[in-house]
Design a protein around this ligand. Sequence first.
Ligand code: ZN
Ligand code: ZN
Length: 381
Amino acid sequence: MPPTVRSQAAVLEKVGASLQLAELDLAAPGPQEVLVRIHASGVCHSDLSVMTGVIGTPLPAVLGHEAAGVVEAVGPGVTRVVPGDHVVLSWSPSCGACDECLRDLPQLCTAAWPAMFAGGLLDGTSRLSRAGEPVYHYSLISSFAERAVVSERSCVVIPREAPFEVASIVGCAVTTGVGAVWNTARVRPGDRVAVLGIGGVGLSAVMGAAAVGAWPIVAVDRVPDKLELARSCGATHAVQWAGSAEDTAEAIRSASGGGVDYAVEAIGRPEVGLAAFLSTRARGAAVLIGISKEGETLDLPLLSIPRLERRVLGSIYGSARPERDFRLILDLYLAGRLPLDRLVSGRLPLDGVNEALELVRAGLATRTVLLPTTEATGSHR
Ligand SMILES: [Zn+2]
Ligand SMILES: [Zn+2]
């Protein structure tokens, strides 16, 4: 068993502050836990939402929940990985035994979610500390750091050919977007799809729809440059936000020949959710991925639900089974069927984390990836 190690990490001390780099103590992995050297960590909007207080989590905490790296050591009883394995980390280390896991809904595991909000690992305690005082985990991972100790259930072994920077974003944005299309909606060839909100998650949904032969694929955003990017990732049509849900929905209906089968909402705002719903044709579904503020509501034209058999589908983490889907997504990437490189809009060292978060705040980055381990960043095709 390795002793406690030192790890440089980006700490959020309090809501409203920027992140501060600090040398923390990282305890050795306990039973069923794994020490991972972080090679790449994507910067996600959820990290920013913690900093602004929209998402609550115990502080001080090390943020970061979208990462890939190499297993350095394993605790007692670990069977899924061995040192040297390349892994993507899942922020939903499902237990396999609760009611939701038994219903094949590991993304809704009732053991993992409370542990996530408690700021520890699955046993409720943190492996991170500073001068003997605990520093909390965020999302059961904390990857804005050189190293992380995580549950072995968070570790999904990936092919060594997969570059770490692409693998890292499979841990959150890609799986959330692609999985909403493949798992939640189960889009089939020829289904008409709209994607509202072209960030990392929305672009991933566009790519997922293109990979399964959806047509048309209508990208929707306020920003013309993002619509162009969506076209380069497989969108067949582009609609600029028209100022209201009704007008935008009308433009999508027109572009899609009378309404879409699935309208994926990747923003988390009521007016965008309404536009998604109104853009669907009969039996169509709004697929709601975006995380809204607590207490937001969505008003829908009720009569059209029975009359047109319209539906609303919720999707968290792409309704994914990480141990299956991470590998599948990376295999398709390596085969040239998912152009995930296009999602990586920039790379920064760990001490560039606040700059990366500023790009998220300004809506300027598709995905900025931090590279905390600069001497090895994976092989690139
Ligand atoms: Zn995320
Ligand atoms: Zn469970």
